[in-house]
Every structure is written in structure tokens, then in C-alpha cells.
Design a protein around this ligand. Structure first.
Ligand code: IPM
Ligand code: MN
Length: 391
């Protein structure tokens, strides 16, 4: 089968612009390969909620689950767009899909391309050689501190009754108290840690020393959930004697990825820690405009830039489309592995090479990388390089 249905969820803010660039890349691929993409654009998000009263049209979740072979999401989040219960409007889309489709791994590669300055100091300074930042962070995506919100969002997307955590007493706390339970399960930990070792099997090791290292990031000196997570990590790690097992508490990890990013190869962590650390990780790779991701489960996946809706840049055609283009790269790789299509995996590599070539040419960059090119111009330029490579 060479036909794939791709759901495109532009969402909010700049998500709408970068989705156009993602579709450009899909068009180049279908024009120059045996693959055909049936792209269905589904309006959604907080802005859509304000305009229509719905986060997305009824049946959209089911379409993503039952019809789509893969999903691209632009961004969710619009200023002032909240549901009556206070939850993020658009949450049914991003969090509902993560939870409802069991997309337990949020895979976030952090790679500094040649020609791209990292963003430490907020200036365009270069401390590291490009090759010295090349890691992938796996963020657990279905439980942890997001668990209750994830469940509520999936419940809404599926039309189920909303999950609410049971009332709790907190000794010593008076007056109004709000809390978010942070459950971490052995099964949930096992599936993402397994994937981390799986990904390590396909990698060359840490850029600094070539050691195929897998780092468990947690706060197991303090929290029970993290103690369980680390125990599962050790049990699985024992079965991988060819990997170096490495550990870091989340607070120290923030320091070490900034000081010694070359030490890291594959990193696995819980939900909120992964959310926070990958924004810092984006700084190491040239900013949020460079950060791609895949929300991946055993059956389904959606791919999205990490940057979010960036309302202040929306509608200006100025943000960096590379995070989205590289998310399509991850989509091709995932589809290829899922369907045993080596050609799709190879196309994913060609996208990576096209982005790399575009960045070393260095004459057309968006503002975040020090240039003044438009989002659409960069998209066109990379699409052109990819076309040449595919011909
Ligand atoms: C992300 C975002 C989301 C998250 C928001 C938009 C709910 O920050 O994908 O990292 O917190 O997971
Ligand atoms: Mn985030």
C-alpha cells in the first residue's frame, strides 16, 4: 500500500502557518515517490473554540484514531481560550490524543545542526561544535503530573464522563487547596523505558565519547513515583549490557545538559520533567524553532513542533518552519518502520539532509537564527532542496 491518510491539525497561532510548510514537504514527497498522501485538514484549538464553541468538530478524534495513518499538529493554545472548567481550550486535541491514543512516548530529538548558533546567553554565540549536541529525550506522555488533565481531555474527546481525582486531605493545609496527583505506574514506565533502549539500539552513542548511554532523569531522592520509575529503568537496563546506564536528578540534569550536552545520547524521564527539560534542550539546538517531536504509541502517532502557538508572531509569516519540517521527517521515519517501508525511512533521512544543507548554505534564515527570511521562503527553499535530492 502506498497511500497514507494524514490528518493535519493546524490549531492555533503560528501552528496554522507552519502546517502549510509541513504540507509543502508532504507534497514534494508524493510528487517524487510512489507514496500518496491524502491530507485532511481539521480546524481545531482554542481559537476554534472561541469562534465555534467547539475545540474541534465532532468525529475529529475518531477520524484521527480510525482513519488517519499519521497526524501532524501545528500548535494548541490561544490567549484567553479556557473551557468552563478552567482547562486549556484545545486540550481535547493535544492532550486528548496523547491520552486517548496511548501515545506514551513524547520523543524529542535535540540536535545542533552545522551553521546554527545555540541560544545560550540569548546571543548568537557559538561555544560548541555542531556535532556536540545530539541527543534524544523521551518524555513520558500519558501519566505523571499531567495524568488527571490528560484523562479529562481524553474523556472530552471521547464523549465520556470527565475523570476527577478523588477528594484528598492534606494535613496542615487549611482553606482552599488545589492539587494534581502524580501517578507513575510500573507498566507506564516500562513501555517508555523499553522504547528508550530501542532507540538507543539505532544510535551511534553520545557525541562526546561515542558511548551508547541511556540516562534516567528523575527525582528519586524525593518522590515515590520516581523511585518506581528508576527501579523499572534498572530492571530493563540490566537486559542491555551493551548500554551504559546513567542517572541524573532533574535539577542537576538542567545544569549538566547546559554544561556538557555532549555527554547525552538517549534520555528518558517523566512527563513534567520532560516538558520542562526539552524547552531548555531547545536552547541548545538553536531555539524552539528547531525543536521537532513525535508523540508515539504502539499503534498511532502525531508529530508536532515543540514551539507552541507563539501568539505574538502569529500571522506574520516569520517563525522558523524547520521544527515542523523535521516533525515530518520523524513522521516518515515512524511510518516507514511501522509499515516496513525502507523507502519512507530513506525519505526521512533526505529531509534531514535537506535541512542540514539549507542551514550550512546559511543564506536564508528566519529571524530566530539571525536572518530575515520569511517562514514560507524557508519552507520553499527546503522543499526545493528536497525536490533535487528526490529527483
Ligand atoms: C508541550 C506543550 C504542552 C504540554 C501544552 C500546550 C499543553 O507545552 O507539548 O510541551 O505541556 O505538554
Ligand atoms: Mn512544553
Amino acid at each position: 500500500m502506498a497511500d497514507y491518510t494524514i490528518a493535519i491539525l493546524p490549531g492555533d497561532g503560528v501552528g496554522r502557518e507552519v502546517s502549510v510548510e509541513a504540507m509543502k514537504i508532504l507534497e514534494v514527497i508524493q510528487n517524487h515517490s510512489k507514496y500518496n498522501f491524502d491530507m485532511k485538514v481539521i480546524p481545531c484549538g482554542g481559537q476554534n473554540y472561541l469562534e465555534t464553541g467547539e475545540e474541534w468538530a465532532e468525529g475529529s478524534f475518531e477520524f484521527c484514531r480510525d482513519e488517519a495513518d499519521a497526524i501532524f499538529l501545528g500548535a494548541i493554545g490561544y490567549p484567553g481560550a479556557r473551557l468552563p472548567n478552567g482547562d486549556l481550550a484545545g486540550g481535547s486535541v493535544i492532550l486528548g490524543l496523547r491520552s486517548g491514543l496511548e501515545l506514551y512516548a513524547n520523543v524529542r530529538p535535540i540536535k545542533l545542526y552545522e551553521g546554527v548558533p545555540h541560544k545560550i546567553h540569548g546571543k548568537f554565540t557559538q561555544i560548541w561544535e555542531a556535532g556536540m549536541v545530539d541527543m534524544v529525550v523521551l518524555r513520558e506522555n500519558t501519566e505523571g503530573l499531567y495524568h488527571a488533565l490528560l484523562r479529562r481531555s481524553a474523556d472530552r474527546a471521547l464523549g465520556r464522563e470527565a475523570y476527577e481525582p478523588p477528594a484528598m486531605q492534606f494535613p496542615g493545609l487549611d482553606g482552599e487547596v488545589a492539587y494534581d496527583p502524580r501517578p507513575i505506574s510500573a507498566n507506564g514506565s516500562k513501555r517508555i523505558i523499553d522504547m528508550a533502549f530501542d532507540i538507543a539500539n539505532r544510535r551511534k552513542g553520545a557525541p562526546g565519547d561515542g558511548v551508547n548511554r541511556v540516562t534516567c532523569v528523575d527525582k528519586s531522592n524525593v518522590t515515590r513515583g520516581c523511585q518506581l520509575f528508576r527501579r523499572v529503568f534498572d530492571e530493563i537496563g540490566e537486559k542491555h549490557p551493551d548500554k551504559e546506564l546513567d542517572y541524573s536528578y532533574i535539577d542537576a540534569f538542567m545544569q549538566w545538559i547546559t554544561r556538557n550536552p555532549e555527554h547525552y545520547n538517549v534520555v528518558v524521564t517523566s512527563n513534567m520533567f520532560g516538558d520542562i527539560s526539552t524547552d531548555l534542550g531547545a536552547v541548545l539546538q538553536g531555539g524552539m524553532g528547531m525543536a521537532a517531536s513525535g508523540n508515539i504509541g504502539d499503534e498511532h502517532a502525531f508529530f508536532e513542533p515543540v514551539h507552541g502557538s507563539a501568539p505574538k508572531h502569529a500571522g506574520l509569516d516569520r517563525v522558523n518552519p524547520i521544527a515542523s519540517i523535521n516533525s515530518i521527517q520523524m513522521m516518515m521515519d515512524w511510518l516507514g518502520r511501522k509499515h516496513g517501508e525502507d523507502e519512507l525511512i530513506a525519505i526521512g533521512k533526505l529531509i534531514d539532509e535537506s535541512v542540514a544543507q539549507h542551514l550550512t548554505d546559511g543564506d536564508m534564515l528566519t529571524y530566530d537564527l539571525g536572518g530575515d527570511a520569511k517562514c514560507s521562503e524557508v519552507g520553499d527553499a527546503i522543499a526545493k532542496i528536497l525536490t533535487e535530492k528526490m529527483n
